[in-house]
Design a protein around this ligand. Structure first.
Ligand SMILES: [Zn+2]
Ligand SMILES: [Zn+2]
Length: 648
């Protein structure tokens, strides 16, 4: 339906054919040369225009398989591997210098690469106490943003009407689109050199740096070459790494963090979402094994909104002893913390330019990735946070530019560009044809007629009213689920506890599934997992209230509990979880440094199939009963379900 709708508008085809298609191969070559030289002139002219401004770059790979992302079984020989290099100037920000003032010892590149001590100190000082509140407790104000906009945040297809205002290509500049498989350090050096190959920019790159906003491979591989270049220049050796690589500073792409965190939550809790899906859309349905991004967004959003509808009633029904049940704790942590966090980190917090909120969300999302043991992404936010706090310590001007222009530091432009290219090309196109089309798009990006031809009237498959009805059904699902969870209090069974004290799993009684520490709240990953539901304070022997049962205990989102005075004594920082977080930071930073400074090429660690999930082709939107009574019906059903629940 709307996602694989690949029709290209006639007008755009005409425009492109007039520009590039001709009957003879000689003419073809001539056209190609003209477009190439026009392209180089255009880029030069634009780069010169922004010579005193900050410029951000996106480097990403593109392949000509349409619709699905790279499946594991497809022979890669038939795939054209292309690399896109995009520049996004910020006309209102000055160029970002390599050094603070003329101090060559205050470089934008942290000489320690990633600093575990700074990460530990800042997270302990500034964020540990904030983590004693769930995401929803902290960021409730973000809930009222535009629903349809959030649902289409990972749909880069141009023809989604709702996203039209985001499709501004004016400020995006294609440096080049070339045949290059972006899976080695050498390939990244080539891509970075593409930028440096413009003579007009030699001086710029001597004095300034260009933030490279990219996905995980776009972080680790450029960092590897930058680290090698720095070591090389210290040894005053004539090395093989060109100097220009140190004019780039990799920055974590928020869009990829969002996409990966959403997919990870959906796949880890697949059984839960499959139950929800059946309950909302029909008992005979089954959630696709690898749901598409739009489906993931929809289910996460429905669960998040439904939880807001019912949470106060559910929390009232679970007294202290019921609320210490492991299944309740797991579901609450999923619904009150993980789901709203992955929904909002990019869609609302990053895109609103809320710097403090974004940094806190990055700390929270790292905690989530660490607990999930999500490879690579349990390291990506550490790079970013370590850099930010290093720049803070040397007062590097990039920090002020980041704070003021956060939304420009995005990996969105390249995804948008790729969807444009995808719409204008065929799967059988050669790298040459692809490259030509990309350049033509760049030439025409200021052309209003060209831009308007991409906006068709295709809409998101569900209307706002439908979403209200679906949320009602999701709310009913949660009420029924938590009724069962309450009845099953204490029935979930711990397993494998004897074999390895640090590794265990649990059979959740209501969901009827086995889960491990990745699914359970953070407390279960700490050295002191709260196995005993009757324990009133996890300060153990240090408890200020002598483990009193009469004084109220305060439950934390990590699933530890403390008396109020005990929590005050800890300055609201759960000390078991702080210890766990410190350990995770140390382990991950050690592994990063090994990868960046060791001989082993980090490309071995990058399995593209892991980063590119295959999606089910048959995951199409449901035809909802379009009768006007759908909403009214579900609203009444929800009302009576709620009344019943309250009477329990
Ligand atoms: Zn206590
Ligand atoms: Zn804790």
């Amino acid at each position: 339906m709307f996602l694989n709708h690949s029709g290209t508008s006639d007008q755009a085809i005409d425009t492109l054919s007039n520009m590039q298609l001709s009957s003879t191969s000689r003419e073809n070559r001539r056209e190609k040369n003209i477009i190439s030289s026009i392209h180089r002139d255009n880029v030069t002219r634009d780069l010169v225009k922004y010579q005193t401004n900050a410029i951000i770059v996106n480097i990403d790979d593109y392949h000509n398989i349409h619709g699905l992302r790279i499946p594991t079984t497809t022979s890669t020989s038939a795939v054209a591997h292309m690399t896109t290099v995009l520049a996004i100037p910020i006309p209102t920000a000055t160029a970002i210098p390599k050094y603070v003032g003329d101090n060559v010892y205050a470089s934008i590149h942290n000489p320690r690469i990633v600093d575990n001590n700074v990460l530990i100190n800042k997270i302990e000082d500034r964020f540990m106490a904030l983590l004693s509140q769930s995401f929803n407790d902290r960021f409730a104000k973000h809930s009222e943003s535009d629903l349809l906009d959030n649902l289409t945040v990972h749909c880069y297809d141009i023809d989604i009407h709702e996203k039209r205002h985001n499709r501004q290509l004016n400020n995006t500049l294609l440096i080049d689109f070339v045949e290059l498989n972006l899976h080695s350090t050498e390939a990244y050096i080539k891509a970075m050199e593409t930028f440096a190959s413009f003579p007009e920019f030699h001086e710029y790159l001597q004095r300034n740096v260009i933030p490279l906003v990219a996905d995980w491979p776009g972080q680790i591989l450029p960092r590897k070459v930058i680290t090698m270049q720095q070591q090389q220049s210290q040894n005053i050796q004539t090395g093989k790494i060109p100097e220009c690589v140190s004019s780039f500073i990799p920055i974590m792409g928020p869009l990829h963090v969002s996409l990966n965190s959403r997919e990870t939550v959906m796949m880890l809790f697949y059984d839960f979402f499959n139950l929800a899906y059946k309950s909302i859309f029909g008992k005979n349905k089954r959630l696709a094994n690898k749901p598409r991004p739009w489906r993931i967004n929809l289910l996460l959003q429905l669960m998040s909104d439904a939880w807001k509808n019912v949470a106060p009633y559910i929390e009232q029904k679970f007294d202290f002893s019921c609320s210490r049940d492991v299944e309740y704790l797991t579901l609450k942590s999923l619904l009150d913390d993980a789901i709203p966090l992955v929904l909002n980190v990019y869609a609302t917090i990053f895109r609103s330019g809320d710097w403090d909120g974004y940094i806190e969300a990055c700390v929270r999302i790292w905690c989530l990735f660490a607990r999930f043991k999500r490879r690579n992404y349990n390291k990506a936010p550490l790079f970013f946070l370590s850099d930010v706090w290093y720049w803070e310590s040397i007062s590097h001007p990039i920090l002020e530019i980041l704070k003021k222009h956060l939304v420009s530091f995005s990996d969105y432009p390249v995804e948008n560009y790729h969807s444009l290219i995808r719409r204008q090309t065929r799967e059988t196109d050669t790298p040459e044809q692809l490259s030509r089309t990309a350049r033509v798009i760049n030439c025409l990006r200021h052309d209003n007629v060209f831009r308007d031809t991409f906006v068709s009237s295709t809409r998101y498959p569900y209307r706002k009213e439908d979403l209200i009805g679906l949320t009602n059904r999701a709310s009913i699902f949660l009420l029924e689920l938590f009724t069962d969870v309450k009845n099953n209090t204490g029935k979930s069974k711990w397993m494998n506890m004897k074999r390895d004290r640090n590794k265990f799993s649990c059979h959740l009684a209501t969901l009827n599934i086995d889960v491990d520490q990745r699914h359970l709240p953070m407390a279960f990953s700490s050295e002191y997992p709260p196995f005993d539901p009757s324990e009133r304070c996890h300060l153990q022997d240090l408890c200020k209230m002598l483990q009193s049962n009469s004084d109220p205990s305060i439950p934390l989102p990590c699933s530890h509990v403390y008396h109020q005075p005990c929590l005050q004594y800890l300055e609201y920082k759960c000390f078991h979880c702080l210890k766990y977080i410190k350990g995770e930071i140390n382990d991950n930073v050690k592994s990063i440094i090994r990868r960046l400074t060791g001989e082993d090429n980090p490309q071995i660690d990058i399995n593209i199939n892991q980063e590119n999930m295959v999606q089910s082709a048959d995951d199409e939107p449901e035809d909802l009963a379009q009768q006007p009574s759908f909403n009214l019906e579900t609203t009444n059903q929800f009302k009576s379900a709620l009344e019943q629940f309250i009477k329990l």
